[in-house]
Design a protein around this ligand. Structure first.
Ligand SMILES: [Mn+2]
Length: 426
Protein backbone atom coordinates (compact mmCIF):
# COMPACT_ATOMS: atom_id res chain seq x y z
CA UNK A 1 0.00 0.00 0.00
CA UNK A 2 1.63 3.17 -1.19
CA UNK A 3 0.49 5.69 1.37
CA UNK A 4 1.86 7.53 4.35
CA UNK A 5 1.07 5.59 7.50
CA UNK A 6 -1.59 7.48 9.46
CA UNK A 7 0.27 6.72 12.67
CA UNK A 8 3.07 9.01 11.47
CA UNK A 9 0.57 11.83 10.92
CA UNK A 10 -0.92 11.21 14.35
CA UNK A 11 2.46 11.21 16.08
CA UNK A 12 3.53 14.40 14.31
CA UNK A 13 0.24 16.09 15.17
CA UNK A 14 0.42 14.98 18.81
CA UNK A 15 3.61 17.01 19.19
CA UNK A 16 1.91 20.15 17.86
CA UNK A 17 -1.66 19.82 19.05
CA UNK A 18 -1.34 21.84 22.31
CA UNK A 19 0.39 24.77 20.58
CA UNK A 20 -2.26 24.80 17.89
CA UNK A 21 -5.10 24.86 20.43
CA UNK A 22 -3.51 27.87 22.09
CA UNK A 23 -2.83 29.69 18.80
CA UNK A 24 -6.32 28.93 17.49
CA UNK A 25 -8.00 30.30 20.61
CA UNK A 26 -5.86 33.42 20.54
CA UNK A 27 -6.65 34.07 16.88
CA UNK A 28 -10.32 33.35 17.53
CA UNK A 29 -10.37 36.01 20.23
CA UNK A 30 -8.61 38.55 17.99
CA UNK A 31 -11.02 37.89 15.12
CA UNK A 32 -14.02 38.05 17.44
CA UNK A 33 -13.03 41.61 18.35
CA UNK A 34 -13.35 42.39 14.63
CA UNK A 35 -16.75 40.71 14.51
CA UNK A 36 -15.44 37.64 12.67
CA UNK A 37 -16.36 34.11 13.71
CA UNK A 38 -13.27 31.90 13.38
CA UNK A 39 -15.30 28.71 12.93
CA UNK A 40 -16.92 30.15 9.80
CA UNK A 41 -13.47 30.74 8.32
CA UNK A 42 -12.28 27.27 9.28
CA UNK A 43 -15.34 25.78 7.61
CA UNK A 44 -14.44 27.68 4.42
CA UNK A 45 -10.86 26.43 4.63
CA UNK A 46 -12.13 22.86 5.00
CA UNK A 47 -14.38 23.25 1.94
CA UNK A 48 -11.59 24.68 -0.22
CA UNK A 49 -9.82 22.46 -2.73
CA UNK A 50 -7.27 22.92 -5.48
CA UNK A 51 -6.26 20.29 -8.02
CA UNK A 52 -2.69 19.07 -8.39
CA UNK A 53 -1.17 18.67 -11.87
CA UNK A 54 0.11 15.16 -12.49
CA UNK A 55 3.10 16.64 -14.33
CA UNK A 56 4.04 18.73 -11.28
CA UNK A 57 5.04 15.65 -9.27
CA UNK A 58 8.18 15.08 -11.32
CA UNK A 59 11.10 17.48 -11.34
CA UNK A 60 10.57 20.01 -14.13
CA UNK A 61 13.36 21.68 -16.02
CA UNK A 62 14.22 24.70 -18.07
CA UNK A 63 15.16 25.12 -21.72
CA UNK A 64 18.71 24.40 -20.62
CA UNK A 65 18.64 21.33 -18.43
CA UNK A 66 16.72 19.13 -16.10
CA UNK A 67 18.18 17.80 -12.88
CA UNK A 68 16.18 14.74 -11.80
CA UNK A 69 15.59 14.12 -8.11
CA UNK A 70 15.66 10.76 -6.36
CA UNK A 71 12.57 8.58 -6.31
CA UNK A 72 10.80 10.49 -9.07
CA UNK A 73 7.53 9.04 -10.31
CA UNK A 74 8.11 6.80 -13.31
CA UNK A 75 4.59 7.01 -14.66
CA UNK A 76 1.05 8.08 -13.92
CA UNK A 77 0.47 5.47 -11.22
CA UNK A 78 3.50 6.69 -9.24
CA UNK A 79 2.31 10.25 -9.82
CA UNK A 80 -1.10 9.40 -8.38
CA UNK A 81 0.61 7.90 -5.33
CA UNK A 82 2.48 11.18 -4.84
CA UNK A 83 -0.72 13.20 -5.32
CA UNK A 84 -2.36 10.96 -2.72
CA UNK A 85 0.41 11.82 -0.26
CA UNK A 86 -0.07 15.54 -0.89
CA UNK A 87 -3.80 15.25 -0.24
CA UNK A 88 -3.39 13.01 2.79
CA UNK A 89 -1.18 15.64 4.42
CA UNK A 90 -2.91 18.84 3.28
CA UNK A 91 -6.52 17.67 2.79
CA UNK A 92 -6.69 20.53 0.29
CA UNK A 93 -5.92 18.74 -3.00
CA UNK A 94 -8.75 16.28 -3.62
CA UNK A 95 -8.33 16.10 -7.41
CA UNK A 96 -5.64 15.57 -10.02
CA UNK A 97 -5.44 17.13 -13.46
CA UNK A 98 -4.15 14.70 -16.10
CA UNK A 99 -2.18 15.41 -19.23
CA UNK A 100 -2.56 13.32 -22.35
CA UNK A 101 -0.50 11.62 -23.72
CA UNK A 102 1.92 11.81 -20.76
CA UNK A 103 -0.62 10.11 -18.47
CA UNK A 104 -2.26 7.74 -20.96
CA UNK A 105 -3.28 4.47 -19.24
CA UNK A 106 -6.18 2.06 -18.92
CA UNK A 107 -9.04 4.23 -17.53
CA UNK A 108 -10.24 1.43 -15.25
CA UNK A 109 -6.79 1.22 -13.66
CA UNK A 110 -6.61 5.00 -13.37
CA UNK A 111 -9.93 5.05 -11.55
CA UNK A 112 -8.87 2.24 -9.27
CA UNK A 113 -5.58 3.90 -8.35
CA UNK A 114 -7.25 7.28 -7.78
CA UNK A 115 -9.80 5.68 -5.49
CA UNK A 116 -7.04 3.97 -3.54
CA UNK A 117 -5.28 7.33 -3.15
CA UNK A 118 -8.53 9.08 -2.18
CA UNK A 119 -8.52 11.28 -5.28
CA UNK A 120 -10.79 12.39 -8.11
CA UNK A 121 -9.93 13.84 -11.52
CA UNK A 122 -10.13 17.49 -12.52
CA UNK A 123 -9.82 18.94 -16.04
CA UNK A 124 -8.04 16.94 -18.73
CA UNK A 125 -5.18 18.64 -20.57
CA UNK A 126 -4.47 17.99 -24.24
CA UNK A 127 -1.08 18.32 -25.86
CA UNK A 128 -0.62 19.57 -29.39
CA UNK A 129 2.52 21.54 -28.59
CA UNK A 130 4.90 18.63 -29.16
CA UNK A 131 5.07 15.70 -31.56
CA UNK A 132 4.53 12.19 -30.27
CA UNK A 133 6.29 9.04 -31.56
CA UNK A 134 4.52 7.68 -34.60
CA UNK A 135 2.43 10.78 -35.12
CA UNK A 136 1.49 11.26 -38.80
CA UNK A 137 1.82 15.04 -39.00
CA UNK A 138 4.09 17.47 -37.16
CA UNK A 139 3.04 20.41 -35.01
CA UNK A 140 6.25 22.30 -35.77
CA UNK A 141 4.25 25.00 -37.54
CA UNK A 142 1.08 24.76 -35.49
CA UNK A 143 -1.70 22.40 -34.51
CA UNK A 144 -5.31 23.59 -34.19
CA UNK A 145 -4.46 26.63 -36.34
CA UNK A 146 -2.11 24.92 -38.83
CA UNK A 147 -2.43 25.88 -42.49
CA UNK A 148 -2.80 22.18 -43.36
CA UNK A 149 -6.33 20.86 -42.80
CA UNK A 150 -5.14 17.31 -42.07
CA UNK A 151 -2.83 18.54 -39.31
CA UNK A 152 -5.67 20.53 -37.77
CA UNK A 153 -7.90 17.45 -37.97
CA UNK A 154 -5.25 15.37 -36.23
CA UNK A 155 -5.08 17.91 -33.38
CA UNK A 156 -8.88 18.01 -33.12
CA UNK A 157 -8.97 14.22 -33.00
CA UNK A 158 -6.42 14.22 -30.17
CA UNK A 159 -8.60 16.59 -28.14
CA UNK A 160 -11.66 14.42 -28.72
CA UNK A 161 -9.59 11.47 -27.52
CA UNK A 162 -8.75 13.38 -24.33
CA UNK A 163 -12.48 13.90 -23.76
CA UNK A 164 -13.09 10.17 -24.20
CA UNK A 165 -10.43 9.27 -21.64
CA UNK A 166 -11.76 11.95 -19.31
CA UNK A 167 -15.30 10.60 -19.57
CA UNK A 168 -14.08 7.18 -18.57
CA UNK A 169 -12.42 8.46 -15.39
CA UNK A 170 -15.02 11.00 -14.26
CA UNK A 171 -13.45 14.25 -15.45
CA UNK A 172 -15.83 16.94 -16.65
CA UNK A 173 -13.63 19.48 -18.40
CA UNK A 174 -10.96 19.82 -21.06
CA UNK A 175 -8.31 22.52 -20.96
CA UNK A 176 -6.86 23.51 -24.32
CA UNK A 177 -3.59 25.36 -24.49
CA UNK A 178 -1.74 25.51 -27.79
CA UNK A 179 1.73 26.75 -28.62
CA UNK A 180 0.60 27.95 -32.05
CA UNK A 181 1.77 31.32 -33.25
CA UNK A 182 4.65 32.68 -35.29
CA UNK A 183 8.26 33.67 -34.83
CA UNK A 184 8.55 36.22 -37.64
CA UNK A 185 6.44 39.15 -38.82
CA UNK A 186 4.67 38.05 -41.98
CA UNK A 187 5.10 34.34 -41.23
CA UNK A 188 1.37 33.89 -40.72
CA UNK A 189 -1.88 35.73 -41.27
CA UNK A 190 -2.80 36.92 -37.79
CA UNK A 191 -6.49 36.95 -38.68
CA UNK A 192 -6.82 33.76 -40.75
CA UNK A 193 -4.73 31.77 -38.26
CA UNK A 194 -7.24 32.71 -35.56
CA UNK A 195 -10.14 31.75 -37.85
CA UNK A 196 -8.60 28.31 -38.35
CA UNK A 197 -8.14 27.96 -34.58
CA UNK A 198 -11.79 28.86 -33.98
CA UNK A 199 -12.96 26.31 -36.55
CA UNK A 200 -10.91 23.60 -34.84
CA UNK A 201 -12.21 24.60 -31.41
CA UNK A 202 -15.76 24.42 -32.72
CA UNK A 203 -15.14 20.85 -33.80
CA UNK A 204 -13.85 20.01 -30.30
CA UNK A 205 -16.76 21.83 -28.68
CA UNK A 206 -19.18 19.77 -30.77
CA UNK A 207 -17.70 16.64 -29.17
CA UNK A 208 -18.23 17.82 -25.57
CA UNK A 209 -20.62 15.77 -23.43
CA UNK A 210 -23.56 17.83 -22.12
CA UNK A 211 -22.15 18.21 -18.60
CA UNK A 212 -18.64 19.10 -19.73
CA UNK A 213 -16.84 22.41 -20.06
CA UNK A 214 -14.11 23.49 -22.46
CA UNK A 215 -11.45 25.81 -21.02
CA UNK A 216 -9.42 28.05 -23.28
CA UNK A 217 -6.05 28.97 -21.74
CA UNK A 218 -4.27 32.07 -23.01
CA UNK A 219 -0.55 32.81 -22.86
CA UNK A 220 1.25 35.90 -24.08
CA UNK A 221 4.24 34.20 -25.74
CA UNK A 222 6.45 31.09 -25.82
CA UNK A 223 7.10 28.87 -27.67
CA UNK A 224 6.13 31.34 -30.41
CA UNK A 225 8.01 34.59 -29.89
CA UNK A 226 6.49 37.05 -32.36
CA UNK A 227 2.77 36.25 -32.14
CA UNK A 228 0.66 33.73 -30.30
CA UNK A 229 -2.83 32.70 -31.43
CA UNK A 230 -4.46 32.86 -27.97
CA UNK A 231 -2.20 35.52 -26.52
CA UNK A 232 -4.42 37.18 -23.94
CA UNK A 233 -7.76 37.11 -22.15
CA UNK A 234 -9.41 39.14 -24.92
CA UNK A 235 -8.79 36.44 -27.49
CA UNK A 236 -9.69 33.79 -24.94
CA UNK A 237 -12.96 35.56 -24.18
CA UNK A 238 -13.78 35.95 -27.90
CA UNK A 239 -13.17 32.23 -28.29
CA UNK A 240 -15.36 31.26 -25.34
CA UNK A 241 -18.15 33.59 -26.46
CA UNK A 242 -18.10 32.34 -30.02
CA UNK A 243 -18.11 28.67 -28.99
CA UNK A 244 -21.04 28.77 -26.58
CA UNK A 245 -22.12 28.36 -22.94
CA UNK A 246 -19.93 25.33 -22.21
CA UNK A 247 -16.77 27.23 -23.18
CA UNK A 248 -14.96 29.31 -20.57
CA UNK A 249 -11.59 30.92 -19.99
CA UNK A 250 -8.78 29.57 -17.85
CA UNK A 251 -6.37 32.04 -16.29
CA UNK A 252 -2.81 30.85 -15.72
CA UNK A 253 -1.24 33.43 -13.44
CA UNK A 254 2.11 33.21 -15.26
CA UNK A 255 0.76 33.82 -18.75
CA UNK A 256 0.70 37.62 -18.79
CA UNK A 257 3.11 40.45 -19.36
CA UNK A 258 4.87 41.60 -16.19
CA UNK A 259 2.74 43.83 -13.94
CA UNK A 260 -0.54 43.09 -15.72
CA UNK A 261 -3.46 43.54 -13.33
CA UNK A 262 -4.68 39.94 -13.21
CA UNK A 263 -7.36 40.58 -10.60
CA UNK A 264 -9.01 42.95 -13.08
CA UNK A 265 -9.04 40.23 -15.72
CA UNK A 266 -10.64 37.94 -13.17
CA UNK A 267 -13.36 40.50 -12.41
CA UNK A 268 -14.08 41.07 -16.12
CA UNK A 269 -14.30 37.37 -16.94
CA UNK A 270 -16.68 36.75 -14.05
CA UNK A 271 -18.80 39.69 -15.28
CA UNK A 272 -18.97 37.97 -18.67
CA UNK A 273 -19.86 34.63 -17.07
CA UNK A 274 -16.75 33.18 -18.68
CA UNK A 275 -14.27 32.51 -15.89
CA UNK A 276 -13.79 28.73 -15.75
CA UNK A 277 -10.74 28.24 -13.61
CA UNK A 278 -7.11 28.86 -12.80
CA UNK A 279 -3.66 27.53 -13.15
CA UNK A 280 -1.95 28.82 -10.03
CA UNK A 281 1.77 29.49 -9.88
CA UNK A 282 3.99 32.48 -9.20
CA UNK A 283 6.51 34.39 -11.25
CA UNK A 284 9.11 37.12 -11.14
CA UNK A 285 9.76 37.66 -14.85
CA UNK A 286 7.62 35.57 -17.18
CA UNK A 287 6.03 32.13 -17.14
CA UNK A 288 8.40 31.08 -14.38
CA UNK A 289 6.02 28.46 -12.93
CA UNK A 290 7.36 29.07 -9.43
CA UNK A 291 5.57 27.91 -6.28
CA UNK A 292 2.33 29.77 -5.56
CA UNK A 293 2.62 32.60 -3.08
CA UNK A 294 6.42 32.62 -2.97
CA UNK A 295 7.06 35.76 -5.04
CA UNK A 296 3.94 37.92 -4.95
CA UNK A 297 1.60 36.71 -2.19
CA UNK A 298 -0.28 40.03 -2.20
CA UNK A 299 -1.19 39.57 -5.88
CA UNK A 300 -2.52 36.10 -5.11
CA UNK A 301 -4.55 37.61 -2.28
CA UNK A 302 -5.97 40.29 -4.60
CA UNK A 303 -7.07 37.61 -7.08
CA UNK A 304 -8.89 35.79 -4.29
CA UNK A 305 -10.30 39.07 -3.06
CA UNK A 306 -12.15 39.38 -6.38
CA UNK A 307 -13.22 35.73 -6.27
CA UNK A 308 -14.66 36.07 -2.76
CA UNK A 309 -16.31 39.41 -3.51
CA UNK A 310 -17.99 37.90 -6.57
CA UNK A 311 -18.49 34.37 -5.26
CA UNK A 312 -22.28 34.56 -5.47
CA UNK A 313 -22.21 35.41 -9.18
CA UNK A 314 -24.70 33.22 -11.06
CA UNK A 315 -23.17 30.04 -12.44
CA UNK A 316 -19.68 30.65 -11.06
CA UNK A 317 -18.05 27.24 -10.73
CA UNK A 318 -14.28 27.50 -10.68
CA UNK A 319 -11.77 24.77 -11.40
CA UNK A 320 -8.81 25.65 -9.19
CA UNK A 321 -5.66 23.95 -10.40
CA UNK A 322 -1.94 24.31 -9.78
CA UNK A 323 0.42 24.48 -12.77
CA UNK A 324 4.04 24.69 -11.70
CA UNK A 325 7.48 23.42 -12.56
CA UNK A 326 9.67 22.39 -9.65
CA UNK A 327 13.34 22.51 -10.52
CA UNK A 328 15.26 22.79 -7.25
CA UNK A 329 12.85 21.44 -4.63
CA UNK A 330 11.16 18.14 -3.89
CA UNK A 331 8.01 18.43 -6.05
CA UNK A 332 5.80 16.96 -3.33
CA UNK A 333 6.99 19.57 -0.85
CA UNK A 334 6.51 22.38 -3.37
CA UNK A 335 2.98 21.23 -4.14
CA UNK A 336 2.17 20.94 -0.43
CA UNK A 337 3.40 24.46 0.25
CA UNK A 338 1.65 25.83 -2.84
CA UNK A 339 -1.71 24.27 -1.97
CA UNK A 340 -1.43 25.74 1.53
CA UNK A 341 -0.53 29.20 0.19
CA UNK A 342 -3.47 29.20 -2.23
CA UNK A 343 -5.77 28.14 0.60
CA UNK A 344 -4.24 30.86 2.78
CA UNK A 345 -5.01 33.56 0.19
CA UNK A 346 -8.59 32.29 0.02
CA UNK A 347 -9.03 32.45 3.80
CA UNK A 348 -7.39 35.88 4.04
CA UNK A 349 -9.71 37.16 1.30
CA UNK A 350 -12.61 35.65 3.20
CA UNK A 351 -11.99 37.83 6.24
CA UNK A 352 -12.04 41.15 4.38
CA UNK A 353 -14.61 43.41 6.05
CA UNK A 354 -16.73 43.86 2.92
CA UNK A 355 -19.31 46.14 4.55
CA UNK A 356 -16.60 48.54 5.67
CA UNK A 357 -14.83 48.27 2.32
CA UNK A 358 -17.97 49.16 0.41
CA UNK A 359 -18.62 52.16 2.69
CA UNK A 360 -15.06 53.42 2.07
CA UNK A 361 -15.61 53.00 -1.65
CA UNK A 362 -18.85 54.94 -1.51
CA UNK A 363 -17.22 57.79 0.37
CA UNK A 364 -14.12 57.73 -1.85
CA UNK A 365 -11.87 57.02 1.10
CA UNK A 366 -9.08 55.39 -0.85
CA UNK A 367 -6.71 55.22 2.07
CA UNK A 368 -9.10 53.30 4.32
CA UNK A 369 -10.27 51.05 1.48
CA UNK A 370 -6.69 49.93 0.93
CA UNK A 371 -6.19 49.61 4.69
CA UNK A 372 -9.21 47.32 4.88
CA UNK A 373 -7.62 44.93 2.40
CA UNK A 374 -4.27 45.14 4.16
CA UNK A 375 -5.87 44.31 7.52
CA UNK A 376 -7.07 41.02 6.04
CA UNK A 377 -3.83 40.30 4.19
CA UNK A 378 -1.73 40.91 7.30
CA UNK A 379 -3.78 38.57 9.47
CA UNK A 380 -1.84 35.39 10.18
CA UNK A 381 -4.44 32.72 9.44
CA UNK A 382 -2.01 29.82 9.86
CA UNK A 383 -3.89 28.41 12.92
CA UNK A 384 -7.05 28.23 10.77
CA UNK A 385 -5.25 26.31 8.03
CA UNK A 386 -3.66 23.99 10.59
CA UNK A 387 -6.99 23.35 12.31
CA UNK A 388 -8.68 22.65 8.97
CA UNK A 389 -6.05 20.02 8.21
CA UNK A 390 -6.12 18.49 11.69
CA UNK A 391 -9.89 18.09 11.71
CA UNK A 392 -9.79 16.30 8.36
CA UNK A 393 -7.04 13.89 9.39
CA UNK A 394 -4.25 15.85 7.70
CA UNK A 395 -1.02 17.15 9.14
CA UNK A 396 -0.69 20.29 11.26
CA UNK A 397 2.73 20.78 9.64
CA UNK A 398 2.54 18.85 6.35
CA UNK A 399 6.13 19.43 5.17
CA UNK A 400 7.61 18.36 8.51
CA UNK A 401 5.34 15.33 8.48
CA UNK A 402 6.33 14.45 4.92
CA UNK A 403 9.99 14.60 5.87
CA UNK A 404 9.42 12.52 9.00
CA UNK A 405 7.64 9.88 6.93
CA UNK A 406 10.71 9.09 4.86
CA UNK A 407 8.44 8.77 1.82
CA UNK A 408 10.98 9.93 -0.75
CA UNK A 409 13.68 7.52 0.39
CA UNK A 410 11.19 4.65 0.53
CA UNK A 411 9.91 5.14 -3.03
CA UNK A 412 13.45 5.74 -4.32
CA UNK A 413 14.16 2.09 -3.59
CA UNK A 414 11.50 0.86 -5.96
CA UNK A 415 11.37 3.64 -8.56
CA UNK A 416 14.05 3.59 -11.25
CA UNK A 417 16.22 6.69 -11.50
CA UNK A 418 14.66 8.96 -14.11
CA UNK A 419 16.82 10.33 -16.89
CA UNK A 420 14.43 12.59 -18.79
CA UNK A 421 10.71 12.48 -18.26
CA UNK A 422 7.87 14.65 -19.48
CA UNK A 423 8.29 18.41 -19.51
CA UNK A 424 6.55 20.59 -17.03
CA UNK A 425 5.88 23.96 -18.58
CA UNK A 426 2.42 24.56 -20.00
MN1 LIG B 1 -1.09 26.48 -17.47
Amino acid sequence: MAMIDSSIIEAENAARRADLAEDYDALGARLARRGIEIEALTARAVAFGVAVPSWGTGTGGTRFARFPGIGEPAGIFDKLDDCGVIHALTRATPRVSLHIPWDRADPALLREKAEEAGLGFDAMNSNSFQDQPGQARSYKFGSLSHTDAATRAQAVEHNLDCIEIGRAIGSRALTVWIGDGSNFPGQTSLSRQFDRYLDSMKAIYAGLPPDWRLFSEHKIYEPAFYSTVVQDWGTSLMTAQELGPKAQCLVDLGHHAPNVNIEMIVARLIRAGKLGGFHFNDSKYGDDDLDSGTIEPFRLFLVFNELVELEDSPGLDLAHMIDQSHNVTDPIESLIVSACEIQRAFVQASLVDRTALEAYRQSNDALMAAATLRAAFRTDVEPILQMARLRQGGAIDPVACFRASGWRATVAERRPKAAGGGGGIV
